[in-house]
Design a protein around this ligand. Structure first.
Ligand SMILES: Cc1cc2nc3c(=O)[nH]c(=O)nc-3n(C[C@H](O)[C@H](O)[C@H](O)COP(=O)(O)O)c2cc1C
Length: 160
């Protein structure tokens, strides 16, 4: 048998880049910290994110007209914490956070390594998560920087 603790401990050894997935819903802008992001297809250009079915962001992504994957840079740990609901501003995650709107009218967080603007393509069941596949309709590079990495439940920078 695989226990949840063992599963989490082993998966924590998978180093991952950190993203924030933003969307625009009926109650305003929303964002959620996500490491379960993966490029999927080049032709057509597709990416996927895996979202816990219990989360508010799951409900929003089910009906969203689009979403943006913001790739965080090494100095954006505060954004990862903010959009994971751990920071003091959790009730209004966008207040005072510099952002601009992408071509779909969905926020792009300033200073990210890159932004990937998606239209919904498909959603698949994945146990207690859903796999949201997005068709990439626009994308841009931000300022060059190193990525923010999550490993063993802590944030890291690349060490060269
Ligand atoms: C580093 C990090 C990575 C995370 N990755 C994911 C993820 O890939 N998918 C997910 O559903 N939640 C992930 N979470 C948890 C959500 O960010 C967190 O539960 C958030 O508060 C959910 O907000 P919501 O209920 O408004 O959607 C992650 C949290 C952290 C700190």
């Amino acid at each position: 048998m695989v226990s949840p603790e063992q599963f989490r401990d082993v998966m924590a050894r998978h180093a991952a880049g950190v993203t924030v997935v933003t969307t625009a819903g009926p109650t305003g802008y929303h964002g959620v910290t996500v490491t379960a992001f993966c490029p999927l297809s080049l032709d057509p250009p597709l990416v996927l994110v895996c979202i816990d079915r219990q989360q508010q962001s799951h409900r929003l992504l089910e009906t969203a007209a689009g979403w943006v994957v913001n790739l965080l840079s090494r100095d954006q740990e505060f954004l990862a914490e903010q959009f994971a609901g751990r920071a003091p501003l959790a009730d209004s995650r966008f207040s005072r956070l510099p952002h601009h709107l992408g071509p779909l009218g969905i926020p792009r967080l300033d200073g990210c390594l890159a932004w990937i603007d998606c239209r919904p393509w498909a959603r698949y069941e994945g146990g207690d998560h859903s796999i949201f596949v997005g068709q990439v309709v626009a994308l841009d590079l931000g300022p060059a920087n190193d990525p923010l990495i999550y490993f063993e439940r802590q944030y890291y920078e690349l060490a060269w």
